[in-house]
Design a protein around this ligand. Structure first.
Ligand SMILES: [Cu+2]
Length: 344
């Protein structure tokens, strides 16, 4: 299970040398493929390939891998019928010499009973997989039959299919104030702090104006990717006025997405310029009313009805404002201050 991950930038010369080695290897294995193979002929038009698995796919640590074979048939090792062979799965290794028996070790798995699928357990991270057909003596055919070498991301933690993260108090297209307490919902899984490795748990991440994080790698940690590694289920979020996209994703103990990933749909929110918010009265409707309702902590249906009117007057009374049920600059400001003060 090797991968080349330089921790330091190699010198230019080393870099060049590495490239030369890689190029030379590629040319050699290509030449091998054309000229060398074992004594057993393969059938014209034959091919081996992965079924339902392609380069870049994300898979759980325990996966069933399916082997495909075209224009030839599978026979157990030791059986020398014409145009037959058995599968080999090469993990994290280049093609072995193609005119010799395929090695038998953890990087070269033999399926000599004629299996066409296998349950494989791989450690988390990136791994390469390649299929190579062998004859009765485990030697590749002529010309040799091997699949494309694919890279898969192996994810440590699985999530139930019905797991769901969602915004409790924001929806797509909604207006929101520049500063707001955003609440994170999670269904059918539990919240656990980062570093706590328990099945079916994870911690929340808020992705702001960025694409969904990649599978199999830790979620970045920057202004566009906020981690709630203490297990928080809400956070005060401050955004500049304008349009933003928000997405909630669950990460495991190591901040890596589960398999399948647990993430909300990205939602678009419009952060209202505090100085340009409309004056809202009973009977008003639309996204600004929904934003008001979210700030009041009541159902955000976007319609300023009696319940909203009552919530506004109660808020105004509590804030020592004129309780007229009309939301103008003074009431908006007081609401913002309240949103901001809740987590202080
Ligand atoms: Cu995290």
């Amino acid at each position: 299970m090797t991968s080349i991950t330089p921790t330091r930038a190699p010198s230019h010369a080393r870099c060049l040398a590495l490239m030369v080695v890689i190029v030379a290897t590629a040319i050699c294995s290509h030449a091998d493929a054309q000229t060398k193979g074992g004594p057993t002929p393969s059938a014209p038009g034959a091919a081996v390939y992965f079924i339902g698995l392609k380069d870049g796919d994300t898979i759980p640590a325990k996966s069933t891998i399916h082997f495909g074979l075209r224009n030839m048939s599978v026979a157990p090792a030791g059986i020398g019928r014409k145009y037959t062979g058995h599968h080999h799965l090469i993990i994290d290794a280049p093609l072995p010499p193609l005119d010799q028996p395929i090695p038998n070790d953890p990087n070269h798995l033999h399926f000599g009973a004629g299996q066409t699928e296998a349950d494989v357990t791989l450690p988390p991270g990136k791994h390469t997989l390649q299929l190579l057909l062998g004859d009765k003596d485990h030697i590749p055919h002529s010309p040799p039959l091997y699949s494309e070498r694919i890279t898969v991301n192996v994810v440590k933690h699985t999530a139930p299919a019905n797991a769901k993260v969602y915004f409790e108090n924001l929806s797509d297209g909604q207006y929101m104030p520049t500063r707001m307490i955003v609440r994170f919902g999670l269904l059918n899984m539990g919240v656990a702090p980062a570093g706590v490795d328990k099945p079916n748990t994870g911690h929340h991440h808020l992705i702001i104006d960025a694409p969904p994080p990649p599978a199999g790698e830790p979620i970045p940690n920057d202004f566009n990717h906020l981690h709630f590694g203490a297990g928080q289920t809400q956070a005060q979020v401050t955004l500049p006025p304008g349009r933003h996209t928000l997405q909630l994703v669950l990460g495991d103990a190591d901040h890596v997405l589960h398999y399948p990933p647990v993430m909300s749909k990205p939602i678009a929110v419009i952060v209202a310029d505090p100085d340009q918010r409309p004056i809202l009265r009973p009977g008003a409707s639309g996204p600004a009313v929904a934003a008001l309702q979210a700030q009041l902590g009541i159902a955000a249906d976007g319609a300023f009805g009696p319940a909203t009117g009552q919530a506004v007057t109660e808020f105004q009374n509590g804030a020592n404002l004129n309780a007229d049920a009309v939301v103008g600059p003074v009431t908006w400001k007081a609401l913002d201050d309240l949103s901001g003060s809740r987590t202080r």
